[in-house]
Design a protein around this ligand. Structure first.
Ligand code: COS
Length: 387
């Protein structure tokens, strides 16, 4: 084993222990309070999870995609809101800076973000622009050495905590679609920026999603991330990575759901025997195990491809589509294994069932991921890459 592989084994073990000893016992508290307790936040910071993807020279762990996924499998054995708390800072909130930022922007933000001292949010979605991200209407108009931003962003995770937002706005109003969009780094506290009260949701307690409203928000021209007009590609590149990360989230949850079902099936007795001895229950468990195994294998393979420098747009879309849909099916089957007990709040499965529903929607709906997969496949065919 190389030194790096040994370090990964130790990190995985540390995150696994933290998940079992700290996160699982905190789940019920989060469900009740809708907050991530302070001792949990401290633990997440101590493990370096806010800066998993940030290179070591900027204070992060500098993990590869495979290494990142390995830790996410573990942390997402617990309910997914814990991961959400550091996920935007570690992921979409910093990836744009990493991929498109100037050295000055990197030095200014990445060390604070990697340590968890500052949090970051990704502001792409709008009330009328969800799956059709290129139709966004937030505007950034040049005014001397500044840009003036106006518009509304919707469902922005961690907006109430964020110190900096990666905001996507149209700088070329006459240019419809992706080309006229630029990205900006906008700091909390900039006059004209308001974060609304978080939405009340079906699940995912402890994760906060708000609207962010921009009313004549003036930012220096140096706040632009990357060249003018590259904002959409910036967002898509971040989302490729984030979708693979989200597939690892779903994979961790597949294992948790399955374990909840197996435990219940071996303890619960009917007709004089544990229900796990009945073949119809075994089929529910076996189908779920097969899918959990497949999800993990897919994510590991795509992560290795990314680490080898390959484009993973299609693979990330396939992984997120499969792993999140699998998590949905497994949640449904394991709730069925629990019978009536699965429908009451005493059992974790009721909460997890509601939590995993979101995974098939955010960071690209399953339907958008199918479209991306098919488009990439057709493009490869037309370019001769498949022959
Ligand atoms: N990486 C880099 N560049 C990409 C890219 C990727 N993964 N995907 C698209 N692009 C580029 C394209 O190459 C194209 O550039 P050129 O004009 O230079 O050729 C440009 O971006 C526009 O791409 P495209 O024509 O594919 O855009 P569309 O509007 O047709 O659709 C989808 C793009 C549907 C893929 C996009 O809008 C999307 O991902 N929607 C879902 C948004 C989402 O996930 N929201 C969740 C909330 S954010 S947490």
């Amino acid at each position: 084993m190389t030194e790096r592989e040994e370090t990964l084994v130790q990190l995985v073990e540390a995150v696994r222990r933290f998940t079992r000893e700290v996160l699982l016992p905190a789940e019920a508290i989060v469900e009740k309070t809708n907050e991530i307790p302070e001792h949990v936040v401290r633990g997440l910071k101590d493990l370096g999870l806010f800066g998993m993807t940030v290179p070591e020279e900027y204070g992060g762990l500098g993990l590869s995609m495979f290494e990142e996924a390995s830790l996410v499998f573990e942390v997402c054995y617990a309910q997914p809101a814990f991961r959400s708390f550091f996920g935007t800072t570690n992921g979409v909130g910093t990836l744009g800076i990493l991929n498109y930022g100037t050295e000055e922007q990197k030095r200014k933000y990445l060390p604070q973000l990697a340590s968890g001292q500052m949090m970051a949010s990704f502001a792409l979605t709008e009330p009328d622009s969800g799956s059709d991200a290129a139709s966004l209407t937030t505007r950034a108009v040049r005014d001397g050495d500044h840009y003036v931003i106006n518009g509304t962003k919707r469902f922005i995770t961690n907006a109430i905590h964020a110190g900096v937002f990666t905001v996507f706005a149209r700088t070329a109003p006459k240019e419809a679609g992706a080309g006229g969009i630029s990205a900006f780094l906008v700091e909390r506290g900039t006059p004209g920026l308001t974060v609304t009260k978080p939405y009340e949701k079906m699940g995912f307690a402890g994760s906060h999603e708000s609207d962010v409203i921009f009313e004549d928000v003036r930012v220096p021209a140096s706040a632009m991330l990357g060249a003018e007009g590259t904002g959409f590609k910036n967002a898509m590149k971040s989302l490729d990575h984030a979708r693979l990360h989200m597939s690892a989230v779903a994979t961790g949850l597949c294992q948790r759901l399955l374990d909840e079902g197996v435990r219940y099936a071996t303890e619960r007795k009917q007709f004089g025997k544990p229900i796990a001895s009945f073949q119809l229950i075994q089929a529910l468990l076996a189908d779920s195990q097969a899918e959990a195994f497949a999800a993990r294998a897919m994510v590991e393979r795509a992560a290795r491809d990314k680490d080898a420098g390959k484009s993973i747009t299609k693979e990330a879309a396939c992984c997120k589509y499969f792993a999140t849909e699998a998590a949905g099916r497994i949640a449904d089957r394991m709730l069925q294994v629990h019978g009536g007990n699965g429908y009451i709040k005493e059992y974790a499965i009721e909460r997890l069932y509601r939590d995993v529903r979101l995974l098939r929607i955010y960071e690209g709906t399953s339907q958008i991921l199918q479209i991306i997969t098919a488009r990439e496949l057709i493009r490869e065919h037309e370019s001769g890459a498949l022959s």
